[in-house]
Design a protein. Sequence first.
Length: 67
Amino acid sequence: MAGAFRWHNELAVWQGDAARLSLKTDAETDFRQETFYGFHRDSGHAYLAPISGDFTVRSAFRAADAP
């Protein structure tokens, strides 16, 4: 199934696969819709795969401030 994954707005810096990713998000990216100011933003990153039927997702993450 890992081969079915694809990026929505691929990052400039990342490595890994569906089982383990290491990445650094690009600057000024976001998903915002219907903001008070009336703008929409769809520049955030997402690693996606189609699914069907029953499924379970388990995830964990570790974050650190940029140096």
